[in-house]
Ligand binder design. Structure first.
Ligand SMILES: Cc1cc2nc3c(=O)[nH]c(=O)nc-3n(C[C@H](O)[C@H](O)[C@H](O)COP(=O)(O)O)c2cc1C
Ligand code: SF4
Ligand code: SF4
Length: 438
């Protein structure tokens, strides 16, 4: 059994799976249920001055029968009183001393930040997470993403927090910004112990075409909401990697965004996250998903010969490079496995109309292609034209049968050569420019 425990900027937890600050972390009751299910930490639903929520609050993007591929909300921070929240946080911490409880905070004045941080410490919290990320409602009042979009304001507020805190400080970033490393660098400069990302992305998920008004519907109006769930994972992974690779950030990262299973979590960790936080998947399937996450991550680490989660952190970060450093002489092409091909011809259409016309429909008997589920009397089958295939991956992505189209490496017999080297060689007369495709 691999060691799943992690330490995020001074906050330790028995495993890297934390409940993100959101509806699943709204009450002591839910916090107990989360820890009983196996979660290693909870970031409490954001506390701050009293707010009033609207009804309704959520909307989603469904795709081909899959519900909540993307999820959108216009909810504000907690609508429960600080007294009740801090009492429950204290009770939870007493009952779960080895699990991480982090209090998410969002407020405005220096005095108010001081007060909430002190109350979090008094409640026994392991750390605070500063919510500079919510992109709806609170940002109109100068908080949430309004702070996260302004590196100077981040520095000011983190500075206020650092004046009083004796527990680690995590800065939660908004993805609604051009370059995520700028606010991350601000967090670093102002002395924060870690960053967490991403919060939700500005979005409108659907328009009701009868009412001609988007969802979530509030008495004839709606507002831009925060997007999360599986659809945002690629954006979150990219931002986590950017922060992990930036020499001026150098802070532990809590990865958030679309995580549903151990594999998603492992990808975040490989790209630089120390731990992960989950919201939408819990809202969809409940706390018990963590059982499979723990088991799956443990099996993966064992299989990969890694004794701990820590060994995985950032392992894939150096493989991301600038485009100009990729090898122009590397070549892969598509290969169809006729034993599993069902003859749907989606690959043919995709390559013919959307890529490089590198798949032909051929007579299987004439080509010596054996039996398979896609073979029907008189029916042509797809065949890769190896010389035409540019290895774009499209056919393997559209193919509905897992593993049926493999992308295989081709030995070109050429030395690796990046764009930068190519430019230099052409300029120095070492080689002729590569002729364009016809
Ligand atoms: C309904 C809802 C309410 C949320 N409330 C908060 C909040 O109070 N504070 C906060 O920092 N993030 C909040 N979030 C953002 C989540 O913590 C998380 O950053 C985001 O949902 C991405 O993770 P996911 O894809 O696992 O949902 C909320 C998200 C949702 C869906
Ligand atoms: S990899 Fe791209 S170019 Fe090659 S066959 Fe598939 S779709 Fe066509
Ligand atoms: S998409 Fe896949 S299953 Fe369909 S014809 Fe092409 S290789 Fe066969």
């Amino acid at each position: 059994m691999a060691d799943l425990s992690v330490n995020l900027g001074g906050i330790s937890s028995p495993n890297p799976f934390w409940v993100a600050s959101a509806p699943p972390s709204n009450t002591g009751y839910q916090c107990h249920r989360a820890f009983e299910a196996g979660w290693g930490g909870v970031v409490w639903k954001t506390l701050g001055e009293a707010i009033v929520n609207v009804s309704s609050r959520y909307s989603s993007l469904d795709l081909n029968g899959n519900r909540m591929v993307g999820f959108n909300n216009i909810e504000l921070i907690t609508d429960r009183s600080p007294e009740v929240n801090f009492r429950e946080i204290k009770e939870c911490k007493e009952r779960w001393p080895n699990h991480a409880i982090v209090v998410s905070l969002m407020t405005d004045t220096r005095e108010s930040w001081h007060e909430y941080v002190k109350r979090s410490m008094d409640a026994g919290a392991d750390g605070v997470e500063l919510n500079f990320g919510c992109p709806h409602g609170m940002c109109e009042r100068g908080m949430g993403s309004a702070v996260g979009q302004n590196p100077d304001v981040i520095e000011t507020i983190v500075g206020w927090v650092m004046e009083v805190t004796q527990i680690p400080v995590i800065v939660k970033l908004t993805p609604n910004i051009t370059n995520i490393t700028y606010p991350a660098r601000s967090a670093r400069r102002s002395g924060a112990n870690a960053i967490s990302l991403i919060n939700t992305i500005n979005s409108i998920t659907q328009v009701d075409l009868d009412r001609l008004c988007p969802e979530p519907y509030v008495a004839g109006k709606s507002t831009s909401g925060g997007y999360c769930g599986p659809a945002v994972k690629p954006i979150a992974l990219n931002m986590v990697q950017q922060c992990a690779a930036d020499p001026e950030v150098k802070l532990p990262i809590s990865g958030i965004g679309g995580i549903q299973n151990w594999k998603d979590a492992a990808e975040f960790i490989a790209l630089g996250a120390t731990n992960v936080q989950v919201c939408t998947a819990i809202m969809h399937y409940g706390f018990r998903i963590v059982e499979d996450m723990i088991e799956g991550l443990n099996d993966y680490l064992d299989r990969s010969g890694m004794a701990s989660v820590t060994e995985l952190i950032g392992r894939a970060v150096p493989t991301i490079d600038r485009w100009e450093n990729l090898d122009l002489n590397y070549k892969r092409i598509a290969k169809i496995d006729y034993d599993t091909c069902i003859g749907c011809n989606l690959c043919y259409i995709a390559c013919e109309d959307g890529a490089h016309q590198a798949i032909a429909l051929v007579d299987p008997d004439a080509e010596g292609i054996g039996e398979g589920p896609g073979r029907l009397p008189g029916k042509a089958v797809p065949k890769i034209k190896e010389d035409e295939c540019v290895g774009c991956n499209l056919c393997s992505l559209v193919c509905p049968v897992d593993g049926c189209i493999d992308m295989i490496d081709i030995d070109t017999g050429k030395e690796p050569m990046s764009w930068t080297q190519y430019q230099e060689r052409v300029a120095s007369g070492d080689m002729e420019p590569i002729p364009p495709h016809q």
